[in-house]
Design a protein around this ligand. Structure first.
Ligand code: URA
Length: 208
């Protein structure tokens, strides 16, 4: 399925802050947080609600609340952590499953090293948090891991996607929805998204 584009002007503005090589780390983190809030709103707009009784200061009514079970948030370590706080702001009770994978810079293949998930994961939908959908290998591996653990409904929330990554993910997991702020031109020889924003994890955590 085609990606869902987050066209919101605040998201587009924050993306430009992320892209700018002169943006310092604090401003980078803050812009990523703003995007995460907007992505979280978009990714959850079809969540089921259940009516239940509440009592206002004046009378009792039936009012909508988000139905259980809440989706599980799945940040891909480590750059996905930059989106987690924004998603947790809107879904404070959602459980979190950390998916640890790194990209082998020689082969560009994904190597999984950790997966820690709640016991009731199979009963939940999952939202994978991965700012950069580059080759699509890591997101595909995360989706495969979630499906192997019984998850049936998965979406991937990212900031930037490359056409190659979208194609790769769609080929492996055609049922997975992708929400992204932009789709860039493509990947370079090192697997970076162009024009992109550089290495999201390095810019977030001050490594290089
Ligand atoms: N991961 C990043 O952080 N940046 C890219 O451009 C590609 C993958």
């Amino acid at each position: 399925m085609p990606p869902i584009l987050l066209a919101h002007p605040l998201a587009q503005d924050a993306l430009s802050v992320l892209r700018d090589a002169a943006t310092p780390r604090e401003a980078f983190r803050a812009a990523l947080h703003r995007i995460a809030l907007l992505l979280a709103a978009k990714a959850t707009e079809r969540l089921a609600v259940a009516m239940g009784p509440i009592v206002t200061p004046l009378e009792g009514i039936d009012a909508p609340r988000i139905a259980d079970p809440l989706p599980c948030l799945v940040p891909v370590l480590r750059a996905g952590l930059g989106l987690l706080d924004g998603f947790q702001t809107l879904l404070p009770a959602a459980p979190v499953a950390h998916f640890g994978a790194y990209r082998d810079h020689a082969t560009l293949e994904t190597v999984e090293y950790s997966f820690a998930a709640p016991a009731d994961l199979a009963a939940r939908a999952a939202i994978v948090l991965d700012p950069m959908l580059a080759t699509g290998n890591t997101a595909s591996a995360a989706c495969a891991r979630l499906k192997a653990n019984g998850v049936r409904t998965i979406s991937v929330a990212c900031v930037l996607a490359a056409p190659e990554g979208l194609a790769r993910l769609a080929a492996a997991h055609r049922d997975v929805a992708v929400i992204t702020v932009a789709v860039d031109r493509g990947l370079d020889a090192r697997g970076y998204i162009r024009p992109g924003l550089g290495d999201a994890g390095d810019r977030l955590f001050g490594t290089s």
